[in-house]
Design a protein around this ligand. Structure first.
Ligand code: CTP
Ligand code: CA
Length: 227
């Protein structure tokens, strides 16, 4: 049991964080997933909590355990994550660190797909809802600050800048997740923060330090009178 903080720049603020991968079922025993460990999203929830925020942490099946002292909402699929996010609103700010599967299998098989000689299964896909874009474009009840992530393997700043405008979020935390960086699944991150004020390249640092710096920036923004 952890008592709520009574001081800190985010006391009285409710912040939503999504984290981890989603799993999209193929049949009762198989699913589509991605390499997100949930480490960066978890570190962000910890950092926000430590500044006094009340954190709603909506997480897919991550490798790392969720933090203490936050409200944990566990989900599997992108559609469950979207419903959990909508149920957790309103919030003062929302940080979308989850690696949401872009596609799901159009029709999940209710029974295990069997191997049959001479035939290969084929899967058809449907696009998942974009949770970040949905919340960014809410006409009423939108969080004051909406922060997205952009995991890219090339042209990081160009892709992330376009992504910020397309989705309508306030900030995008962009990173290079090419295998050579070791960021996916590792303990460090190298990010670029993109906002309407421009592009800020951060040095490579631990995911915990990225989280602390981001949490402080969020606190500064939420305490500004005319943000
Ligand atoms: N995101 C989301 N819902 C989705 C897909 C992405 O909320 N269905 C959020 C992620 O949590 C992240 C941001 O959108 O904050 C960007 O995710 P990313 O995968 O980089 O962007 P996409 O628009 O899916 O583009 P692509 O995968 O083609 O690069
Ligand atoms: Ca994607």
């Amino acid at each position: 049991i952890r008592a709520a903080l009574i001081e800190g720049p985010l006391v009285g603020k409710h912040i939503l964080v999504t984290s981890g991968p989603t799993h999209e079922p193929i049949d009762p025993v198989r699913y589509i997933a991605n390499r997100s460990s949930g480490a960066q999203g978890t570190a962000i929830a910890v950092a926000l909590r430590d500044l006094g925020a009340q954190v709603s942490f909506v997480t897919g099946p991550a490798d790392v355990p969720p933090p203490q002292g936050v409200t944990v909402i566990r989900v599997e699929t992108a559609r469950e994550m979207k419903a959990a996010v909508e149920a957790a609103l309103p919030a003062d700010a929302a940080v979308f660190a989850a690696a949401v599967a872009d596609w799901r299998v159009s029709s999940e098989s209710g029974s295990k797909i069997k191997k049959e000689k001479g035939t290969l299964p084929s899967l058809s896909f449907t696009e998942n809802p974009d949770i970040l874009a949905t919340v960014s474009q809410m006409s009423t009840g939108r969080p004051r600050l909406v922060v997205g992530f952009a995991a890219e393997t090339d042209n990081v700043v160009a892709h992330a800048t376009a992504k910020r405008l397309r989705k309508g979020c306030d900030w995008i935390v962009a990173n290079d997740v090419s295998p050579a960086t070791g960021i996916m699944g590792g303990t460090e991150n190298a990010v670029v923060l993109i906002s309407d004020a421009g592009t800020d390249v951060w040095p490579r640092m631990s995911k915990a330090e990225v989280a602390r710096q981001l949490a402080h920036k969020i606190a500064d923004r939420l305490s500004a009178a005319f943000a």
